[in-house]
Ligand binder design. Structure first.
Ligand SMILES: Nc1ncnc2c1ncn2[C@@H]1O[C@H](COP(=O)(O)OP(=O)(O)O)[C@@H](O)[C@H]1O
Ligand SMILES: NC(=O)OP(=O)(O)O
Length: 313
């Protein structure tokens, strides 16, 4: 399985579930798909979302602090760090087990990763990233009044708290991640898009935000010299006229075609658009790069060209 070809896989929310038990089970299946992709001759680096998890951790610690449970108020960035540890721990167990099952002596390791954002990013004034659980409109409005947080309706699935989602500009631990990959490890990095930090003197300071994991995955893929960025989500292919009677699923699109589809508003803002934009950033950033958007369950088939949407120059 040792290889110089590199792939970054970004795992979507359906690979993680909502509770620790569900997460452990679903990550078991995700680990199989991830290690299957290594059979394609790739050295794999994994990143993942954290919206439900970081919201869960923040709300749980806030409630405990409010109710005198002895918990101090935990800042949002620290909750992001906890979510990386929690999800990384499950991925290490599941991928480690899968590697062993297939006779590989590779190790899976998670790196607590910080991602630099710009303190002037307008996203800080306009929260858009849904985190935590789904609520009814009535309960969301009560929570808005109680907490001062913003809640919005999330794609017909219920109401959710939204936090700022600034653009990632650099991954602080990128060189260390690369060293670990060079040493043969399967690295989990930049989880939840990375803990958002701003430059502060000669170091960094955490800020309350959640970075889009697909955008950070594109940056990570560039930093480690990957040829392929794979975004695993709930659909096998990107579509035109999604969910309409004339839906067309795309086998591939060039950067130019993707831009045309973006101008025609074919990709929903909070879901497919950032994925396609992340792919464009990656593919345009270097020669010979490709990106693939597909589902976790069809990942192996997509790598073999039987499904998925490939984005190329
Ligand atoms: N044009 C489109 N083609 C395919 N899926 C789309 C499109 N526009 C919106 N979507 C939706 O985007 C979802 C993926 O975004 P999201 O749920 O945010 O991803 P994840 O949580 O897996 O990172 C798909 O499952 C689909 O419901
Ligand atoms: N950080 C992030 O993009 O998380 P989700 O994929 O869970 O929204």
């Amino acid at each position: 399985m040792q290889s110089d070809k590199r792939m970054v896989i970004a795992l979507g929310g359906n690979a993680l579930g909502k509770t620790p038990e569900e997460q452990l089970t679903l990550i078991g299946a995700a680990a199989e798909a991830i290690v299957d992709l290594m059979d394609g001759g790739y050295n794999v680096t994994v990143t993942h979302g954290n919206g439900p998890q970081v919201g869960m951790i923040k709300v749980a610690t806030d409630v405990s602090a409010d109710k005198g449970g002895g918990t101090p108020l935990i800042p949002f960035a620290e909750c992001g760090a906890m979510s990386q540890g929690y999800i990384g721990y499950h991925l290490q167990q599941a991928i480690g087990r899968e590697l062993k099952k297939r006779g590989s002596d590779k190790q899976c390791v998670s790196v607590v990763t910080q991602t630099v954002v710009d303190v002037q990013d307008p996203a800080f004034q306009n929260p858009t990233k849904p985190v935590g659980a789904f609520f009814s409109e009535e309960r969301a409005k009560e929570l808005m009044a109680e907490t001062g947080n913003t809640y919005v309706e999330d794609a017909g699935r219920g109401w959710r708290w939204v936090v700022p989602s600034p653009l990632p500009s650099a991954i602080v631990e990128a060189a260390t991640v690369k060293t670990l990959i060079d040493a043969g490890a399967v690295v989990v990095a930049s989880g939840g898009g990375g803990i958002p930090v701003i430059e502060d003197g000669d170091g960094y300071k955490g800020v309350a935000a959640v970075i889009d994991k697909d955008r950070s995955a594109a940056l990570l893929a560039s930093d480690i010299g990957a040829e392929l960025l794979v975004i695993l989500t709930a659909v096998d292919r990107v579509s035109l006229n999604y969910n309409a009677p004339n839906q067309t699923d795309l086998e591939s699109m060039t950067v130019e075609e993707a831009r045309k589809h973006i101008d025609e508003e074919q990709f929903a803002k909070g879901s497919m658009l950032p994925k396609v934009e992340a792919c464009l950033n990656f593919v345009e950033g270097g020669e010979g790069r490709k990106a693939l958007i597909t589902s976790l369950v069809r990942a192996k088939d997509a790598l073999a060209g039987r499904t998925g949407t490939y984005i190329t120059m």
